[in-house]
Each structure stands twice: as structure tokens, then as C-alpha cells.
Design a protein around this ligand. Sequence first.
Ligand SMILES: Cc1cc2nc3c(=O)[nH]c(=O)nc-3n(C[C@H](O)[C@H](O)[C@H](O)COP(=O)(O)O)c2cc1C
Ligand SMILES: Nc1ncnc2c1ncn2[C@@H]1O[C@H](COP(=O)(O)OP(=O)(O)O)[C@@H](O)[C@H]1O
Length: 326
Amino acid sequence: MKIYRNLEDFIPLDNAVVTIGTFDGVHVGHQKILSTLRESARSTNGETVLLTFFPHPRMILHPEDDSLRIISDIEEKVQRLAEAGIDHLIITPFTRDFSNLSPEAYIREVLVGKIGTKKIVIGYDHRFGKDRKGSLKDLLEHAEIYGYSVEQIPEQDINDVAVSSTKIREALIKGDIDTANACLGYPFQLTGKVIRGNQLGRNIGYPTANLQVQESHKLIPAYGIYAVEALIVEPADIKTGPYVPNPPASIVKGMGYIGTRPTVDGISRSIEVHLFDFSGDIYGQTLRVKFLHFVRHDQWFDTMQEMIDQMAVDEQQIKELFNRKS
Ligand SMILES: Cc1cc2nc3c(=O)[nH]c(=O)nc-3n(C[C@H](O)[C@H](O)[C@H](O)COP(=O)(O)O)c2cc1C
Ligand SMILES: Nc1ncnc2c1ncn2[C@@H]1O[C@H](COP(=O)(O)OP(=O)(O)O)[C@@H](O)[C@H]1O
């Protein structure tokens, strides 16, 4: 897969089979659409192109609205899209100028002029151009003049996509990792830099790597304790050029914590991971944490000792869970 961090970097293709969207999460519903795209390209010897916007259009059009929470950060999205067989991924900044293009100008300048679209695979409800005035009707009306065809994604498939995204967000907010992961088709993950905490963990027998999540709008699951797997990755650096996957890294099992540490101070949210059978200094490194199962809610304990005793119970329970799975 080739990545383009700007539409300007892209050289129009001879036979581009294109879809457009945010594809947040690249969940099972999205994966189905992407396989349609791939099949469509294969049958016409074309190349698949996915046009996506980063930051999310809503952040540009409604900067006052800070409520948007995303399932996958840009790096995860890139990884999943590469796995889904996308040949060309265009991640273009969604600017006000871009949003002011009329539907016809968008079709002519962007889809045809900049990408070389020969086929567009799109949902019945797709909107584009100034004030989101452009629709499937515009795409169909201009198809002949500009020499492309339109393949409509069935309404049911589009509804499935919307249902999955909503279901994933709602499940994560409740801590229902099992449902979220089933809809995603892979484990939900948080990636961030390991920062310093209170340095208390090591003294209570449970050192925990504290995570500073790299994507500020990332959806953070419910407070609680989770069975997790973690791996050290390279810091995100998505540049124009061929996609280079992270080199294989060893996966360490552990227990994750999301909460305000009510027993300690209860002030601010922290995201921490205690890794099993691991020692070493990983401050400053980028850790990817995969959430596999919710174990219990965050709790306030009268004494630190009671909390430590509970952490030992958590450890046992999570290790048993891993043993059952392997
Ligand atoms: C498995 C696990 C369970 C935890 N459960 C709680 C809890 O129920 N209540 C709480 O206040 N803190 C809980 N914590 C957070 C600890 O208070 C925190 O890890 C400890 O204070 C060390 O923090 P430090 O990394 O900043 O040194 C938990 C941490 C882990 C890893
Ligand atoms: N098994 C382990 N799990 C997590 N972190 C570990 C482990 N062993 C060593 N560490 C290191 O210790 C740090 C956590 O120790 P801790 O006393 O909790 O300090 P802090 O409060 O700064 O997180 C981690 O950031 C990591 O560098």
C-alpha cells in the first residue's frame, strides 16, 4: 500500500477504483465494503484507492464541538487498511477550501482530475462538497461525461456499518470489550508513550507503565481493570510513501488499569499496564495495549494493603483467563 499525506502528492491513475470515508475502526462492516472494493478492482484490473480525511471533518467544521471520540488512531487505521488490501491510501487534510468545493467541482477536480477515478464504490447516503450538497445523484449524473462508473454499496451494508460503529462506541464506554472486539474483528487498542507516574507501583510489587495516549480524541474505555496484551512499537510516523509495517515485536500479557486511582488520590485519569513476567525500563517508549477482557470496575479501598490484595486477586484471575485461552 502507498500512502499519500496530501491529495497534491497523488498522481492520477489509469484505472482507479475509489471509495471515500472515515472508516473509523476499520471494523467488520468496513472490512466487508473493502472486500467489495477489492473484488471490483480485481475484475477490471484496476487499483484500489481509499480517500480519507485527517483530522476528521467534524473537527474542522465544528471546532467548538469536542465530543467526537475515535475508535482507531491514524496509525491503526493505516495498518488495518493495508491489511484490507488497499493499494493507495490518500489521507488528506480536510480544509475549509476543500469543504467549499461545489459537488461538480469536487467530482471534476478531485475524483477525476486528481485521482483518475474510473469507478467509485459508494454508499447510497454518501455526501460531499459544499454544505454536503453532493449526493449519489450527482455522481450518477456526471458519470458519463467524466467517464467513470458508480457501484452502489447496498443499503443494508451501510446500515450495518453505522450499527457497528455505534455499537463499538457504546460497548467500549460500558467496558464491554467482548462486544467491541467482536464488531471490530480484532482487539481494541490504545497506543501511547510510557510516561512517569508516582513511582509507587514498584514499591507495592506492581510496577505499571503509565500511558500517554497519542491520539487526543481517542475513545477511552470504561474505568476498570482489563486483561491485556502489550507490545513495544515504533512511534507513529505516517509519511507519504510505501507503508512499512511495524517489525514483529514480542507480545507480553498483563493487566490494564483505567481510572482515577481513588485509593491513592482520585484526581486525574490514568491508563496503566502491569506486564507479567517482565522487567526493564520502558519510559519514553511507545506501547500498544490490546484490550481483551473486562475484569472489574475501578474501586476505592480503605487502605493501600486492601488494594494490593485485590490486585493479587486480579492477577490470579487474569492469568487463569489467559491459561484457559491458550
Ligand atoms: C490491576 C490493577 C488494578 C488496580 N486497581 C485499582 C483500584 O481498584 N483502585 C485504585 O485506586 N487504583 C487501582 N490501581 C491503580 C494503582 O493505584 C496504581 O497502579 C498505583 O498507585 C501505582 O501507580 P504509579 O504507576 O503511578 O506508581 C490498579 C492498578 C492495576 C495495575
Ligand atoms: N512488569 C512491569 N510492568 C510495567 N512496567 C514495568 C515492569 N517492570 C518494570 N517496569 C518499568 O517500571 C515503570 C513503572 O514503575 P512504577 O513504579 O509504577 O513507576 P511509575 O509510577 O513512573 O509508572 C514502567 O514505566 C517501566 O519502565
